[in-house]
Design a protein around this ligand. Structure first.
Ligand code: NAD
Length: 278
């Protein structure tokens, strides 16, 4: 049976450290501040934003949500970002995605100052990651690496397979694994014979967005299986990995819920603290 890598437990441990660090910063007169901008009424986004705000409160970070109407123009949203860019009290700015269709995500994300880009989506941060320089890392991939490091997973020379090539998960986690000397394969919707790749993975990351997509026959015995997926099935949240059968084969596995998602929020807090320190 696979060892379960609990993001819930790990994020709770980390939260205690983060709260201490925030308290120390406050003694020096620094209060880390995060603003989340939410445009429209997307129900999943509302939940994510609420969870982020709660985590900020727990560690003592100043946090604020700016809610804008669905029909807000791109210009108006950019004005809000410009104001926050020049607000010294605010260290982190996060625009909750997805944005309404009439707004160009990239125009908006590129407007956030890279040093306040706590989601790590700005091309300046992506470029630094690509070239192996220290940067603000996107929260989900950063959280995955934190979890695997905590479990003392060895990366050097291992075969890592990432399913999914999005800018927010697939590509950056592939780059982080490469930077740690894994041999990395990125699979995606046009990959043929997917299981031929996954069966050779010592580390398998699933970021697809399809419930139970990774089945036991696709997994190498003893592999580290990281499930990034968040899928709603009959009112329940499930990952991309068929958890029970895959647990029989894998050496390590992250559960959904209580896995990668928890670490994502922890890393948002971490990035905000790091931005405040910088
Ligand atoms: P996305 O839709 O941008 O990307 C999905 C990827 O899956 C694509 O690159 C696509 O090529 C690949 N894919 C689709 N069908 C495939 C197939 N049949 N075979 C192989 N690859 C296939 O999604 P995303 O933003 O990367 O998110 C992926 C999942 O992770 C979603 O469920 C999302 O909700 C979840 N997610 C979770 C967290 C978290 O904190 N846990 C954070 C971000 C995203």
């Amino acid at each position: 049976m696979a060892k379960i890598l609990s993001g819930k437990e790990l994020s709770e441990k980390l939260l205690i450290k983060q709260a201490e660090e925030v308290a120390q910063l406050k003694q020096k007169g620094i209060v880390p501040g995060l603003v989340v901008i939410l445009v429209g009424e997307d129900p999943a986004s509302q939940i994510y934003v609420r969870n982020k705000m709660r985590a900020c409160e727990k560690v003592g970070i100043y946090s604020e949500t700016i809610r804008l109407e669905e029909n807000t123009s791109e210009e108006k949203l950019i004005e809000v970002i410009d104001r926050l860019n020049s607000d010294e009290k605010i260290n982190g700015i996060l625009v909750q995605l997805p944005l309404p269709r009439h707004i160009d995500d990239q125009n908006v994300l590129m407007r956030i100052l890279p040093e306040k880009d706590v989601d790590g989506f700005h091309i300046a941060n992506a470029g630094k990651l690509f070239t192996g320089q220290k940067s603000m890392l996107p929260c989900t991939p950063k959280g995955i690496m934190y979890m695997l490091d905590d479990a003392k997973i060895v990366f050097e020379g291992k075969n890592a397979v990432v399913i999914g090539r999005s800018n927010i998960v697939g590509k950056p986690i592939a780059m982080l694994l490469l930077n740690r000397n894994c041999t990395v394969t990125i699979c995606h919707s046009r990959t043929q014979n997917l299981s031929e790749f996954t069966k050779h993975a010592d580390i398998l990351v699933a970021a697809v967005g399809k419930a139970k997509f990774v089945t036991a026959d696709m997994v190498k015995k003893g592999a580290v299986v990281v499930d990034v997926g968040i899928n709603r099935v009959d009112g329940k949240v499930v990952g991309d990995v068929d958890f029970e059968p895959v647990s029989e084969v894998a050496g390590y596995i992250t559960p959904v819920p209580g896995g990668v998602g928890k670490m994502t929020i922890s890393m948002l807090i971490q990035n905000t603290i790091e931005a405040a320190k910088a």
